[in-house]
Design a protein around this ligand. Structure first.
Ligand code: F6P
Length: 373
């Protein structure tokens, strides 16, 4: 019997999603003779049964397109706001899965999507996932698609910031995405030759950063590029956070708990402005002028790199192979260079951060990059 499969893209968009949709769809339809539909806007479209036929020409001409032709959202199946209230939409999702006679549903997404996918698999649906995100923080895969493109964009930005920093003898602090993992900042920082690289995995001491910059000035280098991850925090901030967390854990009454909660929220709000704060502090400590450049969503836009197109096509087409073999409950990954089906239980809730002995960190230290510690 002809197999029917569904595809959706969830979480933040990333370059390579369309290449992956095409990879799954063309292999499923063209090679295995399956029928393919897409759900619009992630899990919300699945809950609302908003479908689109993905066959024939609709899969052509999308390999090089950025974003996702299906649309995406950050909605969760079990906590979806509908009519102003939060609902568990799992039953509606199961109903739509069945009414579309699906044999499998492929969810393309990052860490959050892996968790949501596992919940749906545990509810009895045949789910497979693919790892996408510019953050590269999904466990059990060497790389996620989208990461390489974003790293190239951030590297080019750093290259361009160099000439203006150099001309004005300034510090340029460039903020790079990556959520709570440092892959994007570390990779583009090394490739772009940033003088300082600050990542969430290593809480930084602003005095150490200022000293590194002053050292450069002593050597006749009057400018510096500081690549800082959006999730990086100073040692002082990390210590304050730890203290409030322990207050929260040891709180004995409601009032204490609420106080700790409010303090945590205040600290979180500060995190959103930490790059600007860092630039001010560096100006004060070095006497140099500083400017801030926040790359933001530029890093997620546009055409995917060749490497991301290849990874997405490879994992997408392998996903169709697994569906044809009735394999589900897995993320289709590239681990240790091999295409593998990893049980979702081993992926969901496991953020992959930069190990402190990672070769990229070692290399950065060897070439004299300051890592803030
Ligand atoms: O997960 C991808 C990512 O771009 C992160 O790097 C960033 O923290 C987040 O998404 C931004 O989310 P949004 O697009 O919802 O603002």
């Amino acid at each position: 019997m002809t197999k029917q499969i569904g595809i959706l893209t969830a979480g933040g968009d990333s370059p390579g999603l369309n290449a992956a949709i095409r990879g799954v769809g063309k292999a499923a339809e063209g090679f295995y003779g399956m029928e393919v539909i897409g759900f619009r806007d992630g899990f919300r479209g699945l809950a609302e049964n908003r479908t689109v036929r993905l066959g024939g020409n609709s899969l052509s001409g999308i390999l090089t397109l950025g974003g996702t032709i299906l649309g995406t959202s950050r909605d969760k199946p079990h906590k979806m706001v509908v009519g102003g209230k939060t609902h568990d939409m799992t039953d509606a999702i199961i109903e739509n899965y069945e009414s579309n006679h699906l044999d499998a549903l492929v969810c393309l997404g990052g860490g959050g999507t892996q968790k949501n996918a596992l919940r749906l698999a545990q509810s009895g649906l045949n789910i497979l996932t693919l790892p996408k995100t510019i953050d590269n923080d999904v466990a059990m895969t060497d790389y996620t698609f989208g990461f390489d493109t974003a790293m190239n964009i951030a590297t080019e930005a750093i290259d361009r910031l160099h000439s203006t920093a150099h001309s004005h003898h300034r510090i340029i602090v460039v903020e790079i995405m990556g959520h709570r993992a440092g892959w994007l900042t570390l990779g583009s920082g090394i490739a772009g030759g940033a003088d300082v690289i600050l990542i969430p995995e290593i809480a930084y001491d602003v005095k150490s950063v200022a000293e590194a910059i002053r050292n450069r000035v002593r050597k006749g280098k009057g400018f510096s590029i500081v690549a800082v991850a959006e999730g990086a925090v100073s040692q002082a901030h990390a210590a304050a956070r730890e203290e409030v967390m322990s207050l929260r854990e040891n709180a004995t009454d409601k009032a204490e708990k609420q106080k700790a909660k409010a303090e945590l929220a205040a600290l979180k709000a500060l995190e959103g402005e930490h790059t600007i704060q860092l630039a001010h502090e560096l100006e004060e400590l070095t006497g140099l002028e500083a400017r801030v450049s926040i790359l933001g969503h530029l890093q997620r836009g546009g055409t995917p790199s060749a490497r991301d197109r290849i990874l997405a096509t490879r994992l997408g087409s392998a996903c169709a192979d697994y569906i044809s073999q009735d394999v589900h409950g897995v993320m289709v990954a590239c681990l240790a260079g091999e295409t593998q089906a990893i049980p979702l239980e081993q992926v969901a809730g496991q953020r992959k951060t930069v190990p402190l002995d990672h070769p990229w960190l070692m290399a950065a230290r060897r070439v004299g990059t300051n890592l803030g510690d």
